[in-house]
Design a binder for this molecule. Structure first.
Ligand code: FAD
Length: 172
C-alpha cells in the first residue's frame, strides 16, 4: 500500500502471521531527523505524525498505533556513476558495490551480481583476475542504469507529482 504526497509517504506491506509492516517516508535532512529522539518512542511517533496532519486516521494509525517503536533508517546512496579501479583479488557485489535509494530492485540486483560473478569465474577457471575484470566491466554500467532508474522511481514516489504519478506509471 502506498499513500503518497510530495516529499512524504506512508507505505505498508502485509507480512506473514497477520503482521503489517509500515514505512513512514520523509524527505528530510539528516540534521532534521537527528533532532527526533528515537529513544523516546512515544514522542518520536507524535513528531512524525505531525508531518501527516490532516491525513486519514486509517493511515496515521500506522504511526500512532504501531505495536513496535519506530526505527530511523537513513537512506544513503553512492553516486550514480560510481566506479573504482580494479583491485587485484577483490571485488564487490550488491549494495556494497552500488548502494542506491530503495526502488524495489536492490535484492534482485545483489542476486544478479552474484550470478554474473559466478558465470565469469566459471568462464575463466584459471584466471581469476580476468573473471573479475569481465564481471566489473558489466557491473558498473549495470549499476549506473539501475541507480538512474532508482532516482526516477523515488521521484515518482516523492516528487512534486507524487499524488498521481504512481497510478500513472501502473496504468500507462
Ligand atoms: C527501506 C528499504 C526498502 C527496500 N525494499 C526493497 C524491495 O522491496 N525490494 C528489493 O529488491 N530491495 C529492497 N531494498 C534493498 C535491499 O534490501 C538491498 O539492496 C539488499 O538487501 C542488498 O543485499 P546485500 O546482500 O548486498 O547487502 P545486505 O542485505 O545489507 O547484506 C550485507 C550483510 O553484511 C553484514 N555485514 C556488514 N558488515 C559486516 C562485517 N564487517 N562483518 C560481517 N558481516 C557484515 C550485514 O549485517 C548484512 O547482513 C530495500 C532497502 C531499504 C533500505
Amino acid at each position: 500500500m502506498f499513500a503518497l504526497a510530495p516529499g512524504k509517504g506512508i507505505l505498508s506491506h502485509r507480512e506473514p502471521g497477520g503482521v503489517v509492516h509500515a514505512y513512514i517516508a520523509l524527505r528530510r535532512s539528516e540534521e532534521w531527523l537527528g533532532e527526533i529522539d528515537f529513544n523516546n518512542a512515544a514522542a518520536a511517533k507524535v513528531r512524525i505524525a505531525a508531518e501527516f496532519e490532516g491525513w486519514a486516521p486509517a493511515l496515521t494509525a500506522f504511526i500512532a498505533d504501531s505495536d513496535s517503536a519506530p526505527v530511523l533508517r537513513l537512506i544513503h546512496s553512492l553516486p550514480q556513476e560510481h566506479c573504482r579501479p580494479r583491485v587485484p583479488g577483490v571485488t564487490l557485489l550488491g549494495d556494497a558495490a552500488h548502494l542506491m535509494a530503495p526502488s524495489g530492485e536492490g535484492a534482485n540486483l545483489a542476486m544478479y551480481d552474484g550470478a554474473e560473478l559466478a558465470k565469469a569465474i566459471i568462464a575463466h577457471p584459471d584466471d581469476l583476475e580476468a573473471a573479475l575484470t569481465v564481471y566489473e566491466q558489466q557491473l558498473f554500467p549495470r549499476s549506473t542504469k539501475a541507480a538512474q532508474e532508482a532516482e526516477e522511481v523515488n521521484d515518482i514516489l516523492y516528487g512534486a507529482q507524487s499524488q498521481h504519478s504512481l497510478v500513472k506509471m501502473f496504468t500507462q
